[in-house]
Design a protein around this ligand. Sequence first.
Ligand code: AMP
Length: 368
Amino acid sequence: MNDKRKLPPPLPPGSVIGMLGGGQLGRMSALAAATLGYRVHVFCPEKDAPAVQVTNRHTQAAYDDKEALAEFAEAVDVVTFEFENVPAATAKVLAAHRPVRPGPEVLHICQNRLREKDFLRGIGVPTTRFAEVSGPDALTRVVRDIGRPCVLKTAEMGYDGKGQVMIRAQTDLAQAWSEMAGGAEEAQGIVEAFVDFRLEISVIVARGQDGAVQAYVPVENQHVNHILDQTIVPARISEKAAVKAEAIARHTAEEIGLVGLLAIEMFVTADDEILVNELAPRPHNSGHWSLDACITSQFEQHIRAVAGLPLGSTDRLCDAVMKNLIGDEVERWRAILGDPASKLHLYGKAEARPGRKMGHFTRLIQKG
Ligand code: AMP
């Protein structure tokens, strides 16, 4: 890593970055890429997706369409993604043609909560106690061992609290299992000891091709109905906890061999212990504030890392509060525009369904 001569050269302006996924994270990454002089080619099955609206290259195909994937890979210089549930076979097809950043091994770990927690345990990063469960009988055993309350989650494809069941004193385990499995005959689950956390934080960290690492300040995340509602910057935690959180993030990025961006969600307990909950190898909702309050936004940092550019400064220009606009909340856009301290970002989604992230705004809090 220290021998810079062995590194591939950075992508020159005008190069094409291939983006798997067309949501708002892809949209904001594509806008950052354009600022740096790159073109972005989006691969996603939807027609008028948020990222597609801001680029002029789009492959509209299913993620398992191998022919379309191979053609897409030939048309771009590097491949990245804005969601981690890219099928393993898809990443493999792409990696045969072009560099995929972060790499398929990072995806592999982050796609499964058990692999993720095993990995974290293996590198000495603290998590809550957990165990694998593969059926209702195993669930009875594991819950007896871990104790109630605990949380049953699907090992794969869960997000925003989906595929997650809280197991309390009276919870019927057979019912909990079928709720988690969503009617599927076979399912892999994870049981986690319930963490009585004081607050939830996240740290977003970037690692470049040269091994340089840059972290953003730990931020505090407040959820409503399992969906991120607000991010408070910086997190209201002790200096000691902040230092510990950043050290965990840097260590994880190095050990996983990251080239790109990694968001690390953590619990902070009453006695300042930090337990990692989840990893996401992409830009993250809790980093949106960086668009308006940092020298380098998480989206620009993502593109810099993927393109082999030097990472930018993560220095914070001011404190901030980011609020998601979920469903009907998007109607507030006019009032938000009237607030001189707020910056509005809308994602171009036509229909404001309940629970759908339509946009966000960041209120900047000037120091002093
Ligand atoms: P996740 O899908 O793992 O990000 O979980 C969604 C939310 O559920 C988290 O942000 C927490 O608020 C809560 N949660 C998840 N796991 C646990 C746990 N082991 N103990 C307590 N709360 C949890």
